[in-house]
Design a binder for this molecule. Sequence first.
Ligand code: SF4
Ligand code: SF4
Length: 378
Amino acid sequence: MREPVEVCASACEAYDYEAVRAVLAEQFRLLKAEELIRPGMRVAVKPNLVTRSAPDECAVTHPVVLCAVVSLLKELGASVVIAESPGGPYTPALLKGIYEHSGCMKAAEYGAELNLDCTWGELRAPEAKLCRSFSVITPLLEADAIVDVCKLKTHCMMGLSAAVKNLFGAVPGLMKPELHCRFPQKDAFGTMIADLCQALHPVLSIVDGITAMEGNGPTGGRPRHVGALLASRSPYAVDLACTEIIGMVPETIPPLRAAMERGLCPRTAQELVWLCEPASRFAVPDFLQPESKSADFITRLPKFLQPLAARLATPSPQIRTAECVGCGKCAESCPQHTITIRDHKAVIDYSNCIRCYCCHEMCPKHVIDIRRLSLFRH
Ligand code: SF4
Ligand code: SF4
């Protein structure tokens, strides 16, 4: 079946509930959401709640966007559950803390259930290229439909974190590092993410791009105003639209490239059909890219040079030791178990580091930088 290429990109300047809801209501109408969400359906909304973070830090989907989506789904007659597995251990207590800190408890006032069931099951992926079975959290497995409500962010490993990458949060907590270990190379990891996206098959993907995260996302970057909300029936199409806004070459984003190779996503944003305005209308020319983008040139080198170039040019995580509080969150999330805590400070053994940047993502103090050799700096 042909993947949809229609994308809504609309102006929305602030997190004002009425304004956000009005924009999303129009996008639901244009995308004919009523064909996808029927009365009585159990819909799982998958936000990006990667870590315990307040909305103004821009690492998580803003609660106003979440509440507006919940309200529209309820209006269509669905029952709604908010379902997410953040990084780190997947426990009801930690989940509750993240709901509270991110402001998304508010979604309960609009009729959503906030999932606290920390069980999971197996999701088969028969069409997968690389990974044919995933552990996935129960509310996503049991839903009649999934609505992906993500944040527009950069991502140190994958380049872009929007609708497709957001679905990695379907994998329960500490099982995520296992997948990093199985697929340590960026391309393989991106292919696995595309496999997961195909298997979960969200019916609607909505991107909170009112204030995005630029620089070293998905948790260590900084807020950047964009003023846009985007939506599509296709997570690939809406991600392709996002590349127009933040100035990334689509083929350098591994999950998008994997989707293009399978014919699930056009190769250029010019092939998308804009139902509102073109995404280029919201382009931010000087949107700050993650440090890790410097290593993208490696794939264009002759094969025999790539391992050496990768070793030299791929940025490394570097801990600002004086500011490290020794909490151990980085060690807990490291798929290679290559971080130890000594004298209340984290220490990385680089001989086993696969440059997945999970430690950078999970450090609550943001004291792990992503640095490349000075030779490869601008
Ligand atoms: S997560 Fe950050 S603060 Fe905690 S031990 Fe690791 S580097 Fe230090
Ligand atoms: S040290 Fe950090 S970047 Fe290296 S493997 Fe561990 S989590 Fe990944």
